[in-house]
Ligand binder design. Structure first.
Ligand SMILES: [Zn+2]
Length: 90
């Protein structure tokens, strides 16, 4: 089976629930995922492990995405949507 490289799908200014959803387990769709940020001067990634089914994967990050997740090492992501907060006015 070919190796697949996954890249994160959130924007650095997305609300927490969208960032959390992008890290959700692709196998069982659980949002209960433990993640650990990894960085070198050239690459950023997050290692994710689903606490429900045990699925593990590495997701590569752009520099601004790595910065965003580094902020959540002290303040956990809030996976609950809060309609109206963080919405972009039309
Ligand atoms: Zn899972």
């Amino acid at each position: 089976m070919p190796q697949v490289v996954e890249t994160a799908s959130f924007r650095s200014d997305d609300v927490d629930c969208l960032v959390a959803a992008s890290l959700a387990c692709p196998s069982c769709l659980s949002g209960e995922v433990d993640w650990r940020l990894g960085m070198t001067p050239w690459d950023g990634w997050v290692d994710c492990r689903c606490t429900r089914c045990g699925h593990e994967r590495r997701v590569y990050l752009a520099p601004d995405q790595a910065l965003r997740l580094s902020l959540h090492e002290a303040r956990p992501l809030d996976p609950v949507p809060h309609p109206g907060i963080g919405d972009v006015p039309l």
